[in-house]
Write a protein that binds this ligand. Sequence first.
Ligand code: F6P
Length: 412
Amino acid sequence: MPLGNTFPLNTRLVVVMVGLPARGKTYTARKLARYLSWLGYRAHVFNVGNHRRRISGSQVPHSFFDPDNSDGASARRLAAESALEELHMWMEGGGQIGIYDATNSTTARRLWVRQHCERAGMEVLFIEVICNDPSIIEGNIRETKLTSPDYVDANPEAAVADFRARIAHYDQAYEPIIDDRLHYIKIIDLGRQLIINRIEGFLTGRIVQFVANLHTTPRPIWLTRHGQSEANVVGRIGEDTNLSPAGVRFSRNLTRFLNDRVGDSISIWTSTLKRTIQTGQALGRPTSALKLLDEIDAGVCDGMTYAEIQRTMPEDYAARTEDKLRYRYPRGESYEDVIRRLDPVLLELERQRGPILVIAHQAVLRTLYAYFTDHPREECPHLHIPLHTVIELTPKAYGTAERQFRLGPGIG
Ligand code: F6P
């Protein structure tokens, strides 16, 4: 991917996770990598645990993590070096944001990581994940650790006990970040409190805003295109036409779908185009119309069919076929532009804790769907988002659960 797509252009940042086990570091690291990749950065998570499993085997007893166990300490040091080396090589190969996922729970370990990165000309940002809420820790242990390769085939109660003993070893040696010369973000109890220190510039500002909105409260995010429009019937792109009779029928089906599932507490967002507003109106509930959700701007091609574009603008047609992500319609937008435009919408979707319905358009929903389902940006313009289908996404600690509901003929 050409570097010119991201800002700042010469980004070389290492994000170093810090915190005790089961605090949500890996969750935060993966979400952040996904968000930054979606925005167009080359971002990747390097997990020290994977290196530890490769070097020392996956099922080591908790005593391996005892700070007084010198064999364990040197094996863990080896794993840390190996993961940092992998990160370093990846950055040398053109990586932009390497996320170093480990406990990094002592001042000495953080100094070592920082010196290593700074010597290689990479900036370092620490993200310390602190969690004092026993119910969140308990949830993390049960939901994520028991499914970790460390405890394959283990008896669940024995695994929980072992993991608690492991946490206690880390707790013994844990030193929170106190050095105010460092660039850091402390996330306390899943965003209940955020402490930021020496955060400057565009990218780290985006990172702060993103992590501030993360939480793990399960809630459905329903994505649907508007009902079929008059332009859809004749295959013209863009425009601002009314719903067709089939589109009106879909909006009624959508009303039943929602009434079967939620009471009053739901947010409904539409674009400012008639086809989404009319679909939303049928629901008989309050809706908000957001310009940010308008369909990709087809510029001079608005109102044309694909066949007309191919006939009258063959070079543009070929250029779009060749690179649909980056092709920008003359006086219009590219998918990359749409991704940038939707950044604030994505943050709001992450922030919401209750059910939400987004009634929007094909390109816009491809873009949001690609983020939640972790599809690479290159695939985003080709994802299948049919008409008259509700996509239910439920973000979870690891990945997003998905279901689709057909509420009429699935056209397009
Ligand atoms: O055809 C419906 C539509 O929403 C158009 O308004 C829009 O230009 C198009 O889909 C986006 O899809 P694609 O990027 O595949 O052309």
